[in-house]
Design a protein around this ligand. Sequence first.
Ligand SMILES: NC(=O)c1ccc[n+]([C@@H]2O[C@H](COP(=O)([O-])OP(=O)(O)OC[C@H]3O[C@@H](n4cnc5c(N)ncnc54)[C@H](OP(=O)(O)O)[C@@H]3O)[C@@H](O)[C@H]2O)c1
Length: 314
Amino acid sequence: MTFYRNVVWFCKGLKEYTKSGYEAAAKRFNPADLDVDCQGKSYMITGANSGIGKQAALEIAKRGGVIHMVCRNPKYAQEAQKELKEASGNDQIFVHLLDMSDTKAVHKFATEFKEPLNVLINNAGCMINERTLTDGGLEKNFATNTLGTHVLTKELVPKLQKGSRVIIVSSGGMLTQALSLDDLNFEKMRPFDGTMAYAQNKRQQVVMTEQYAQQFPDVFFASMHPGWADTPAVQSSMPDFHAKMKNKLRTVEQGADTIVWLALAQKPLELESGLFYQDRVPVATHLPLAWSKSSPVECKKLMEILDEMATKHS
Ligand SMILES: NC(=O)c1ccc[n+]([C@@H]2O[C@H](COP(=O)([O-])OP(=O)(O)OC[C@H]3O[C@@H](n4cnc5c(N)ncnc54)[C@H](OP(=O)(O)O)[C@@H]3O)[C@@H](O)[C@H]2O)c1
């Protein structure tokens, strides 16, 4: 089944996730969707110092939004903040230093954050190919992509302004994985496979988004796939893929487009909360005949486990 899913997914990716896939999809975009004035609204973006997170920050800053950049590396964060201020002419861009894999720190940051917030963009993500543990004993991909996202979202949602949105930057790679609950910390995975761990985390994010939509009906939730975009993460975590595909990869602008659209446009608010988007439309969360669906009980169980882990590690 893994081989089947990988082959079907890669063929789909060549057609849809590439630059040409974006260009084909963009023919049906309405450019007026992004004619939005963001003044008076606040946007938190994790991992906003690089790649598509930084590009999304730029687009929102250009439209006057207050930006809260959540980044782990002070030097990268300050350089990006300066660049974003210069490129957008917007001075309301703030840096918050936070390592998303440090669950305690995420909890502390989120409980202490008191500024008004309209949109949370959970963009920070990683694919670490060696099994690496945090000080708290959590596998780092899981701690960053899943538990960090969960703790930040759960803590901030009750504080969001009316009509707020939460976007989770997942990945189409999740289509290769069925939700698996028995080894969230990848203790039994032999040999450890960073690509598979990442795809499992990204599947978890899609399920989490669906579950948040049910738990918090006053907030709009969406997960999304940016396509295959040429960013530092792809270069460093998937060097072979990057070398083979580099002429076909999307630009950061193309990769960030659906994040910006979900954060700003009116159109997504007319659709159901909790869906998974690609190129400004909701898309299927499973490949055909892939046997990757989970029962509602399993999806709820994921949330219970994450809540327990959040309490234990906060
Ligand atoms: N590019 C693609 O083709 C693609 C495809 C599917 C999904 N995605 C998703 O898109 C999102 C953005 O990735 P990108 O491609 O734009 O890569 P990127 O340029 O490397 O950006 C990743 C960002 O996440 C930050 N980050 C990673 N671990 C963190 C941690 N523990 N705490 C705080 N920040 C952390 C990075 O910080 P540092 O700069 O300090 O490392 C960086 O700012 C990720 O969630 C990724 O999974 C990307």
